[in-house]
Design a protein around this ligand. Structure first.
Ligand code: PGA
Length: 253
């Protein structure tokens, strides 16, 4: 059985005070459920990671970073290594979020290097995949998702693959209020699990969690989670309000 996983991506939001307050409210509000029934993780901006990790250290919720660089150290101004993230209390890291792919222009290859480096550094990567609206309209959803999976997971052994979570986030659903229907999400999630089964075998594919992201709200979380291959949710806007995020966590069990 795949344990449900609810992740909150704060993006470029909060400040030092509000990040700690939000994290504490979420941790306290989900304390019971997070102990056994659902994995909960929050992804604050880099500069607040340590403060947030300290604030929730006595709770069963995890902290993750929104990005990482693949080089372990050296002359890479502005970049952050997997070891640095571990050092400040991170368990998870997002790799290839659509805003990094499309706004910051990260390549598929760079995302793959980040996933591999994250695992090598003892972090659990969440590889984000998903198509643009014109790609969906052109019938290219599976082609794009397949490319993101192939390049994002390039060269990973089955053993390493067990550290990975996949997040399907159709770009047209992110921050737009236009959620994919549960059926649209399920279709792509099923495709992803089928691809994983071909690449890594059926057993491993059954274990890997595939999250949905894109305008998830308290009132649509339950029906998305009811889909067979939707194992969790990656939440942006609604993760910035503790009450909403806790409602989404409750909807996952
Ligand atoms: P959203 O963002 O929930 O605000 O649409 C989701 C994401 O980008 O992870």
């Amino acid at each position: 059985m795949r344990k449900p996983f609810i992740a909150g991506n704060w993006k470029e939001n909060t400040d030092s005070q509000s990040s700690v307050a939000l994290a504490k409210a979420v941790a306290a509000g989900s304390a019971e459920l997070a102990r056994e029934r659902v994995s909960v993780a929050m992804f604050p901006p880099f500069v607040y990671l340590q403060a947030v990790a300290r604030a929730v250290s006595s709770f069963a919720v995890a902290v993750g970073a929104q990005d990482v660089y693949f080089e372990p150290k050296g002359a890479f101004t502005g970049e952050i290594s997997p070891a640095m993230l571990k050092d400040v209390g991170c368990t998870y890291v997002l790799c290839g979020h659509s805003e990094r792919r499309h706004v910051i222009k990260e390549s598929d290859e760079l995302v793959g290097k980040k996933v591999a480096a994250a695992i090598g550094g003892g972090l659990l990567p969440i590889l984000c995949v998903g198509e643009l609206l014109d790609e969906r309209d052109a019938g290219k959803t599976e082609q794009v998702v397949e490319r993101h999976l192939r390049t994002g997971l390039a060269g990973l052994s089955a053993e390493k693959m067990s550290a990975v979570t996949i997040a399907y986030e159709p770009v047209w659903a992110i921050g737009t209020g236009r959620t994919a229907t549960p059926q649209q999400a399920q279709e792509v999630h099923q495709f992803i699990r089928g691809w994983l089964a071909k690449a890594y075998g059926r057993n491993l594919a059954q274990e890997i969690r595939v999250l949905y992201g894109g305008s998830v709200k308290p009132d649509n979380a339950k029906e998305l989670m009811a889909q067979e291959d939707v194992d969790g949710l990656l939440v942006g806007g609604a993760s910035l309000k503790a009450d909403d995020f806790v409602s989404i966590i409750r909807a996952a069990v």
